[in-house]
Design a protein around this ligand. Structure first.
Ligand code: AMP
Length: 240
């Protein structure tokens, strides 16, 4: 294990900004984001066997089976870019996945995760998801409200077209929120007594990022007995 490995879990409903924050925090920490939703969408787009087997599940807003997603995550977290840690976005979603992850982290000799729970109201989620657009090339997320007019729908990073995720429609959003609510309480109880932080997600992205960095900074700056630890991350934005 890398002595300073960082394992971070983002919990929270769809639309709470986990992907946006992961994209900002990942370069600040120098660890990759492991987004199970993005991984599955890539499989669907590539037409692989796995993609074909999960396509209709994703379109309906249901969850794929614990066994399948655990296998996907198990092989991803063994890849070489994961040695220094990762931000898990969208995983675990059930207690059974969380138990599998704990065993896996133990086997890989990785530290216990720092968990962030993104809190946000249902009204805010529906508004955000309805206007959310994603670049299918690089995965960057943006909102059509931020655009000057409705025709300006290209990714600021690479110019590729921004699309609305097929599961960001009102009926599927409702189903995803229902499933989230069903599992969230149990998952939070599972992590509740551990290193779990509540994050007020209905704030400007810069404010949420600074909050995450401040909480990570305060705990990773603590000296670890018998070992020198230094934290090099700093807020990259002004406090709001
Ligand atoms: P997301 O991008 O995280 O909203 O995930 C999109 C879809 O991928 C979900 O609605 C599920 O169908 C599937 N998915 C992603 N992560 C998981 C997971 N941890 N467990 C089960 N299904 C998942």
């Amino acid at each position: 294990m890398c002595a300073d490995a960082k394992v971070i879990i983002f919990l929270g409903p769809p639309g709470s900004g986990k992907g946006t924050q992961a994209a900002r925090l990942s370069p600040a920490l120098g660890v990759p984001t492991v987004s199970t939703g993005d991984m599955l969408r890539r499989e669907c787009a590539s037409g692989s066997n796995l993609g074909r087997s999960v396509q209709s599940i994703l379109a309906s807003g249901q969850l794929v089976s614990d066994d399948l997603i655990n296998q996907v995550v198990g092989s991803r977290l063994r890849e070489s870019d994961c040695k220094a840690g990762y931000i898990l976005d969208g995983y675990p979603r059930t207690v059974s996945q969380a138990q599998y992850l704990d065993e896996l982290l133990g086997r890989l000799r990785m530290p216990s995760p720092v968990v962030f729970d993104f809190e946000i109201s249902t009204e805010e989620i529906v508004a955000r998801l309805s206007s959310r657009r994603q670049c299918m090339q690089c995965g960057a997320i943006s909102s059509i409200d931020e655009k000057s007019n409705g025709t300006d729908l290209f990714c600021e990073r690479d110019g590729a077209e921004l699309i609305q995720r097929p599961d960001d429609n009102p009926a599927t959003i409702r189903e995803r929120l229902r499933l989230y609510e069903r599992n969230a309480g149990k998952l939070l109880r599972y992590y509740g007594k551990r290193n779990c932080h509540r994050i007020r997600a209905a704030r400007p992205p810069e404010a949420v990022l600074n909050d995450l960095l401040a909480r990570l900074g305060s705990q990773w700056s603590k000296p670890v007995p018998g070992r020198q630890r230094k934290l090099s991350i700093q807020p990259t934005y002004q406090h709001i």
